[in-house]
Design a protein around this ligand. Sequence first.
Ligand code: 2M8
Length: 433
Amino acid sequence: MESRAAVDDAALGREAWSVLDANWTGSATVPAPGLYPHQWNWDSTFVAMGLARWDTRRAGTELISLLAGQWGTGMVPHIVFHPVHAEGYFPGPSVWRSQNHPASPRAVCTSGLTQPPLHALALWWIWRHAADRDTAVALVRRLYPMLAAQHDYLATSRDLGGGGLAAIVHPWESGMDDSPAWDTALEALPPVRHPYHRREESSDRHPDSRHDRYMALVLGYRDSGYDPAYLRDEHPFAVEDPMFNGIWLASCQALAELAPVAGADAGPYREAVERIRAALLERLWDDGVFRARDLRGGRLSPVCTIGCFGPMLDQGMPGERVAELVRVLESARFMGAAGYPVPSCEIRAQQFDRSCYWRGPSWVNTNWLLRRAAAAHDLAGLVRLLGSGTLRLVRQAGFRECFDPFDGSGRGSRDFSWSAALTLDLLADTVER
Ligand code: 2M8
């Protein structure tokens, strides 16, 4: 195991800033040098939240540059491509062909999929923590209409199950790409072989057979002209993910709270919160956790993953449900048997793999979301455990993409932006820039 002498808070903070400065393009932060040379949606949003207590303007710029990629439909794409490295990541702009779609932005090329709608929560987080109040208020007024359009898009074009939840139409939209939560839905797709070459990647990532299915889903949607009717009636992958919807709900809560600042009506977002909560409980709750619903196969995922806890982000989730979730989270299925928080898949599952990308390793971003959820329910002990465990990981192994949940060793890319930015948030009470 690669480890290093544990660094103190001040040194850790300096290292985090130097990663973020190195990954800064002038208007956005790329996830990591090399493998990810573009602006990714939820990566940028986590960076904005990590910067919120430190640099209001830069946190705002991160969101503004991401939303420059928003489509006229309201969809916020999962990648905004940096022109200099256009084909430096596969699939690049020549595969997505966003510019052929009349609703795509003219100034930048983007992907045609989205990622979890964390943006309103991030805007609220910036507004709540900003030292620079004027900049924060101006940011809320500027971004609010764009986020309202994003939320309309989810409610109208993504309620593919008709039950009030938003469906993801590709594992990449969850951000938890290789999670076992999508295994049965993916396995039901016809086998395909694509003539595309992937870049050489580490063995921690998915096998080619899985990537072929990912590409088949991309090409089918693209060739429909990114048509919402195709998604509704024909697209073979549609899943209601509890993490995506838990985040959506928390962002609706944020839009309701920010409405007076933006001069908007909070009513529709308050109603959306109630609607999404009721749908989560009715459609995804099963055997003590929330589970992903495969709309095409008509079943809930048998595997319990980190995504199962997403609805804990809802401040209004009934207390007995929260207590059941915390019981599972703290048990030997997750935190109880791991040395470090929080494995991305339950340890006892056959699909658990401590080294494979989203199938076992711990991630700083999901730890941070669960810590936020624990704080929303006044679970002070859990907040402390998640915060200190996450800091232990980055102190020992650096700002890696993810970590082995048993020995804490780093995996995937180095100098990973969200690991650095969210560390800054965790350190905000103890260090100065
Ligand atoms: C990973 O996803 C991309 C595809 O979007 C990939 O596998 O190439 C995921 O970890 C995702 O959550 C993340 O946003 C992205 C960039 O860090 O990498």
